[in-house]
Design a protein around this ligand. Structure first.
Ligand code: DC
Length: 229
């Protein structure tokens, strides 16, 4: 790849496959913008929880849809962390959107077509000038079907649950491994079976199973792909 040629990099895959790790590394090396689209779905979920549209097992979808024009999402770059933190209606919610409570409901919110429509439009706008690495579930299939490089990440559900479990306990959250594994498997099911933009590998995406790859091996592999373009 010529260094002055900016491209779009789409990274999709199951939850906790390390999409954001590789996306952040790439963005840093290439000087690109990194966008975590999962954070946007999580922020909408947090909004619904804060307004009690989600309560226990009850979910008032109609009220959330009616409120969509009031939900303002944007990323504010944090130089210390090296990526943009999620802001919901001008409040930093980067930490709050990562709790297991939000994780337990986010797939239900991500099934709603009106939510997807709003977020996909904003994501396409963010990537208009290329030079972007975006991770999610539908980036290579729906958001940027013409992306120059599409990567589809996979790893076993046990490996992914272990990673998420360590991440959550490191942050001081009280969860059990079984709870995390159940959440990972439930989300896989909902993400791949929903009617609107289900998670699937784009025909022209390159699949990387990182169950047995170190972060360095994975980065080398992806960088080779970038420089081949
Ligand atoms: O990547 P993540 O685990 O933070 O994503 C949270 C949820 O959002 C996930 O269960 C699926 C959904 N999602 C989606 O449907 N489409 C995207 N582009 C990104 C995330």
């Amino acid at each position: 790849m010529r260094t002055d040629k900016k491209i779009t990099i789409a990274i999709d895959g199951f939850s906790s496959t390390g999409k954001s790790t590789i996306a952040k590394q790439l963005a840093k090396i290439l000087g690109y913008v990194y966008v975590d689209t999962g954070a946007m779905y999580r922020a909408v979920t947090l909004y619904a929880m804060q307004h009690h549209y989600i309560d226990g097992h009850h979910f008032d979808v109609g009220k959330l849809i009616a409120d969509l024009p009031k939900i303002k999402l944007h990323f504010v770059f944090n130089a210390e962390l090296g990526f943009g933190e999620m802001h919901l209606n001008d409040r930093n919610v980067e930490w709050e959107i990562r709790t297991i409570e939000v994780s337990n409901f986010v797939s239900r919110v991500a099934e709603i077509s009106e939510v997807r429509h709003k977020l996909v439009e904003q994501q396409q706008e963010m990537g208009r000038n290329k030079g972007i690495v975006m991770d999610g579930r539908d980036i290579g299939t729906v958001v940027f079907p013409d992306a120059e490089l599409k990567i589809f990440m996979t790893a076993s559900s046990q490996t992914r649950a272990q990673r998420r479990f360590e991440e959550l306990t490191d942050k001081g959250q009280t969860v059990t491994f079984d709870e995390v594994l159940r959440n990972v498997e439930e989300r896989d099911y909902i993400d791949t079976h929903r009617d609107d933009s289900p998670l699937r590998k784009a025909d022209d995406a390159i699949e990387i199973d990182n169950s047995h790859l170190t972060r360095e091996e994975q980065l080398d592999k992806v960088l080779d792909l970038v420089y081949e373009i």
